[in-house]
Design a protein around this ligand. Structure first.
Ligand code: GLN
Length: 385
């Protein structure tokens, strides 16, 4: 057989998504890949039924249906406090996964450098390499997962094309402070670098923390490529609805990439989700309260078991320290956890550039009864400590 692409030698299959398959194989409670086991809002489901009858069922405009972009622009304008023109500033994509890939391909040339904070959501490295670029890592240091200003400056001194900013961050739930963001902004300005954001947890930020959209910082709109999705906000991860938001020139490039990659996100689903985009403030307040309670329930449970973790400020993941269990590494620990305890987690090493193998990532986007059952199973870990 002829040689296959060697680009793929630089990264492996997604560990997160592999863990879901292993969880299913053992019938474990899946706290690995982050998605809810509860239903999306009723209004969205009713709308889906109506769309089944009335359509659309054919292609929409490649960069997103007009009504979807208009409603999205209205909603984002309110939260981001910036002007958004639905004709010029938005491309609708198949999830934020495509949004990130499109953004990278729209700005990177072969050999470009891209700053990636470590720990990172695993797609970023694959996205960087697939777009011909090369990652430059900057550590986020526990326990607060802040960065060292000098280290970040040194990374910028390599003249990167872009920096990837996941805020609130996956896998640690860090919410970047205004000071941190302003520092990144000052370097982006000084070195003329794009900032590609992944803000899929924009509506899951626990008070007193506050989500600050990078694009809304003074002077940053024209260099920020904001990626997000409807997956986490409306509990519809399988619908694959995401978007890129940015200035017209960047978005024109993104439209091109997107058109040739996927043509478009599912037309019926773009229509069906419209009631969600029209929800009032109460929906977003309830969402935060709901996840705040789940965070309490889950973390209290971990406390009772005696597990050590970093408290998330946003998103729905928690990085747990497994040092005390004497496991060979996080991968074998996750295998044991899935097979023998009945709870699936993601080995922490898949998120780190550094050689770290004493963490696992669990998530709490599940019904309370699922979380309680998972905690009951995790209690068995007490004896093996
Ligand atoms: N963001 C989710 C996670 O980290 C997974 C998303 C996906 O698999 N596309 O678990």
């Amino acid at each position: 057989m002829a040689e296959l692409s060697n680009r793929l030698d630089w990264f492996s299959e997604s560990t997160i998504r592999k863990m879901t398959r292993i969880a299913d194989q053992y019938g474990a409670i899946n706290l690995s890949q982050g998605f809810p086991d509860f239903d999306p809002p009723k209004d969205i489901l009713n709308s889906l039924k109506e769309v089944a009858e009335k359509g659309p069922h054919q292609y929409e405009i490649t960069w997103g249906s007009k009504i979807f972009r208009e409603k999205l622009a209205e909603k984002q304008k309110k939260f981001m406090r910036i002007e958004i023109n639905p004709e010029e500033n938005i491309v609708v994509t198949c999830g934020s996964t495509e949004a990130m890939m499109v953004s990278m391909m729209a700005v990177c040339n072969p050999g470009d450098k891209v700053i990636v904070f470590s720990p990172f959501y695993e797609n970023y490295v694959a996205d960087t390499i697939l777009s011909g670029a090369e990652p430059v890592y900057v550590a986020l240091k526990p326990p607060s997962f802040g960065f060292d200003k000098e280290e970040l400056r040194r990374a910028f001194e390599q003249n990167p094309k872009a920096l990837i900013l996941c805020n609130p961050s996956n896998p640690v739930g860090k919410v970047f402070t205004r000071d941190e963001l302003l520092y990144i902004a000052s370097l982006a300005e000084e070195f003329d670098t794009f900032v590609i954001t992944d803000e899929v947890y924009e509506h899951i930020v626990f008070p007193p923390n506050e989500h600050i959209y990078f694009a809304s910082l003074p002077g940053m709109f024209d260099r920020t490529i904001s990626c997000s999705s409807l997956s986490k906000t409306y509990s519809i991860t399988g619908w694959r609805l995401g978007y890129v938001l940015g200035n017209k020139k960047i978005i024109d490039n993104c439209k091109k990439v997107h058109d040739f990659l996927t043509v478009g996100a599912a037309a019926p689903l773009q229509k069906a989700v419209i009631p969600g985009l029209e929800f009032g403030d109460d929906y977003y307040e309830d969402l935060i309260n709901k996840y705040d309670k789940k965070r309490d329930l889950f973390l209290n449970g971990l406390d009772k078991i005696g597990l050590k973790y970093f408290k998330p400020e946003g998103a729905y993941y928690v990085l747990v320290d497994i040092s005390e269990f004497g496991a060979k590494d996080d991968i074998s620990f996750c295998e044991y956890l899935t097979r023998d305890i009945g709870v699936a987690a993601v080995p922490g090493s898949s998120f780190f550039k550094e050689d770290v193998n004493n963490y696992i990532r669990l998530h709490f986007a599940k019904k309370d009864e699922t979380l309680k059952e998972a905690l009951k199973r995790l209690e068995r870990l007490k004896v093996s400590k």
